[in-house]
Design a protein. Structure first.
Length: 261
């Protein structure tokens, strides 16, 4: 909840920066979040118009979050609301990390008949797309664009995973598992900006010095050192840092453009 009146509330400089979420605080916690709280309190302009100025946000499924004044909260269709997530699409890993997958999707995976590694890949891709959907309201192909994995990957995952889950009536189980991951992200004090990592790694590749260091304590791999391709190591590191699949690596895309991959 916030006050939309710019002149009715003055920021006190000594207070710590950052967001405070009321659903994770007790009333007394809110009172002591900032030094100088007393100064905050007496500067609040609670005239007869305060209920119109102060607003709160509600989210309804795929729709964008709606803002209501306190005065109009009776108009909120509470049964239809879903959580307004704290993480952003930039903080969604393009390919769900393996430890998150193991923590939250093991039960679903055991219910899939004849499960294969292909199913794991679809679930991990789909989970990331669904997380992006939760915070953007976009379609999966559009979410795939936002995560820089390509519209086609989004369409394929939507169709292939959708059929697999529908055929086995596991759609609700998938939704529950993704919601658990969303709660995990919401509760994380330090989330990773994967979009920033992708930008930072866009032109990165492993240099000769680091490539040589890999083999300093592995004398039996002398032949591999002379014959292996350093680009493979670069792709592996890129995938680990950005939490994205190797085919999305700029090095792979570049070589495919040349017809070398």
């Amino acid at each position: 909840m916030k006050d939309s009146g710019a002149s009715s509330f003055r920021q006190v400089p000594e207070g710590p920066r950052g967001e405070a979420w009321s659903d994770s605080c007790r009333l007394e916690d809110l009172a002591f979040l900032h030094r100088g709280f007393t100064e905050y309190a007496h500067q609040l302009d609670l005239d007869e118009r305060w209920a119109r100025r102060w607003t709160t946000r509600w989210k309804f499924g795929r729709d964008a979050a709606a803002t209501y004044s306190v005065r109009d909260l009776n108009e909120v269709d509470v049964p239809r609301t879903v959580p307004v997530r704290r993480f952003t699409v930039d903080e969604v890993p393009p390919y769900l990390p393996l430890d998150w997958f193991s923590d939250h999707f093991t039960d679903l995976r055991t219910q899939l008949p004849d499960v294969t590694y292909r199913d794991d890949r679809l679930l991990r891709r789909g989970a990331s797309l669904r997380l992006a959907e939760l915070v953007t309201g976009l379609t999966w192909p559009e979410c795939a664009e936002a995560l820089k994995v390509g519209n086609g990957v989004g369409r394929y995952t939507l169709n292939a995973l959708g059929r697999r889950l529908t055929d086995n009536r596991l759609g609700p189980a998938f939704t529950r598992a993704v919601d658990q991951v969303a709660e995990r992200l919401d509760g994380s004090a330090h989330r990773t900006d994967y979009a920033r990592r992708r930008r930072r790694m866009a032109r990165w590749s492993m240099g000769d010095t680091h490539w040589s260091h890999l083999f300093e304590k592995l004398p039996r791999l002398t032949h591999m050192r002379s014959t292996a391709d350093p680009r493979i190591a670069s792709i592996i590191v890129w995938s680990d840092v950005t939490r994205a699949e190797a085919p999305q690596c700029p090095i792979v895309k570049k070589e495919r453009g040349r017809g070398d991959a």
